[in-house]
Design a protein around this ligand. Structure first.
Ligand SMILES: C[S@@+](CC[C@H](N)C(=O)[O-])C[C@H]1O[C@@H](n2cnc3c(N)ncnc32)[C@H](O)[C@@H]1O
Length: 522
């Protein structure tokens, strides 16, 4: 996972527009006397985490925000969330404690992941299709939460039913509560009889992909692509992996003198279960309890950061050394820049380039926090505009890292909403951009120097195929196998680094080391 995930504020214009009148409409429109009265009152009957989860789901859907938002601001963040509930639903509920916050994160992440599956069932349980199509956005979120809790969290169905009916009544209107009641009751009966209305996997490729897309809650184009690329069985395994709760890795910041032993002591004190990374010295994996680590302030104090081991292994393919000059072409928010910088022990320079000013600011702030800013120079620019970088700088870079913008198809378990925001057409656009950025990055590499191309994708068209096309355009570059830099389990037959969720239980990532001929002209 890259950098800090923060809650973007939801501008009123992005809030859902509905045909029906309800408190949601009141809450975003000009204040009305009734709303004013309601917002003054605390509503003790509503479970606060459900109210927050429903509002957050609305925001994810309307604003494309990350679903696996981490509440790293403790109490302040909880208050912030309650403010959203008050403004959006029109009532106050009690503040959230740590347990509630964890429930919100779990429910939002899971509901987003299972959206297609849940919507198929909701649609099947409605009297007619129109009922589903005309459903108010908030009502749909409340139903999705109810279905998710009953089907995937196996929570006691009648308690879930009561709570979600009450939420729909208070947040919307009594009729909405009746609708939630009717649909959830039907669902509970069908679940008890083990006869949920799910499609059979049969027919031609498209029909099978459509059914699998519903059963495993993925877009049809992804299912078809993976069946073609990886085979039917692995496509299903991959979807199952994407639907499991992700584990997170924590990297210690050696620059601050914080070691893995120190982190383990802290985790034991906090009673957070952990596993030592099998592949990387600086990493520890936690499956549950990440919020506890965050709340303990270890990230805030810059002692460690959340980073997948696959990203750490990409840095291993660069093999940064003290005193080197490295250009990090697409650097923000800086996960790899900071790790490289920590390995350079205050000697050398990393030029961190990125087109996105906001993300670059995060890179700089985190660099200061991690005390690695002494070797980092941030450059806000489009990489494609840096033609004269080599002429303007007397020191030639030893290494160039291009961690290219990509589909992120290797990190879908962590980025619950990403599968719904990616389109097949995006891949074509991304491939063109990756080629252009590779050509620009190649111009920065000195004769005999190294270019590392990496992505967080498992798609061969963004990985091996981009490198192969690059080598045809740049005859002065050759592949340098990565086997000296990463464990052999990650080395492909062509000498690339590849981590695969199904093989390594890590995020998917790719890296190629490309050496420019020493005889090439500068
Ligand atoms: C995969 S992310 C990089 C992640 C980063 N290396 C890390 O480890 O945290 C890709 C980055 O490329 C940047 N980017 C996209 N197009 C660019 C361009 N034309 N020039 C420079 N940066 C670009 C994006 O703003 C984004 O921050």
């Amino acid at each position: 996972m890259e950098g800090t995930l923060s809650l973007p504020s939801l501008p009123p214009s992005t809030l859902p527009r509905r045909r029906h009148s309800s408190r949601l409409t009141c809450a975003v429109g000009p204040p009305r006397p009734t709303l004013h009265r309601v917002t003054q009152n605390l509503n003790p009957t509503i479970s606060p985490h459900r109210a927050v989860a429903a509002v957050r789901l609305l925001r994810v859907e309307q604003g494309g925000a990350f679903a696996d938002l981490l509440n790293d601001k403790g109490k302040g963040s909880a208050e912030n969330e309650m403010g959203y509930v008050e403004r959006t639903l029109g009532f106050r509920t009690r503040d959230l404690d740590g347990r509630d916050m964890r429930l919100v994160t779990d429910i939002v992440g899971g509901t987003v992941r299972w959206k297609r599956y849940l919507d198929h069932l909701i649609m099947s349980l409605c009297h007619h299709e129109r009922m589903y199509q005309d459903m108010e956005p908030l009502l749909l979120q409340i139903l999705r939460i109810g279905l998710y809790e009953i089907l995937k969290l196996d929570m006691p169905p009648y308690a879930v039913l009561d709570e979600n009916v009450e939420l729909a009544k208070v947040a919307l209107r009594p009729g909405a509560g009746n609708m939630v009641n009717g649909i959830l009751r039907k669902l509970v009966l069908l679940k008890e009889k083990d006869s949920l209305p799910l499609p059979k996997v049969e027919g031609d490729d498209r029909a099978q992909a459509r059914a699998l897309g519903i059963i495993h809650s993925h877009p049809v184009w992804m299912v078809r692509r993976w069946r073609r690329q990886f085979g039917c069985e692995d496509a299903v395994r991959l979807m199952k992996w994407n639907n499991t709760e992700p584990s997170f890795s924590i990297r210690v910041n050696s620059r601050k003198g914080f070691t893995r032993t120190d982190l383990i002591l802290q985790l034991e004190k906090l009673k957070v279960p952990y596993e030592i990374s099998l592949h990387m010295e600086d990493f520890v994996r936690v499956t549950t309890g990440l919020q506890i680590v965050i709340q303990a302030g270890l990230l805030r104090d810059g002692l460690c950061s959340i980073q997948d081991e696959s990203a750490g292994l990409v840095v291993s393919t660069v093999d940064p050394q003290p005193g080197e000059t490295i250009i990090d072409c697409c650097a923000a928010p800086g996960g790899k820049t900071h790790y490289m910088a920590s390995q350079m022990s205050g000697q050398g320079t990393i030029y961190a380039i990125d087109i996105n000013k906001g993300r670059l600011r995060i890179l700089e702030e985190t660099a200061r926090l991690h005390q690695v800013d002494d070797v980092i120079t941030a450059i806000h620019s489009d990489l494609r505009d840096l033609h004269d970088f080599a002429e303007r700088n007397s020191t030639k870079p030893d290494k160039v890292l291009l961690d290219a913008p990509c589909s992120g198809l290797g990190v879908l378990s962590k980025r619950a909403d990403l599968r719904w925001n990616r389109r097949l057409e995006d891949l074509e656009e991304l491939k063109d951009l990756q080629d252009e950025l590779l050509d620009s990055a190649a111009k920065l590499v000195k004769p005999g120097g190294l270019l590392v191309y990496s992505t967080c994708s498992i798609d061969p068209e963004e990985n091996e195929e981009r490198v192969e096309a690059f080598l045809l355009r740049h005859l002065d570059f050759v592949i340098d196998p990565v086997d000296r830099y990463v464990p052999c389990a990650f080395v492909t037959t062509k000498g690339f680094f590849s981590s695969n969720p199904l093989k390594h239980s890590l995020d998917g990532a790719f890296a190629a080391r490309l050496i420019r001929s020493p005889d090439a002209k500068q």
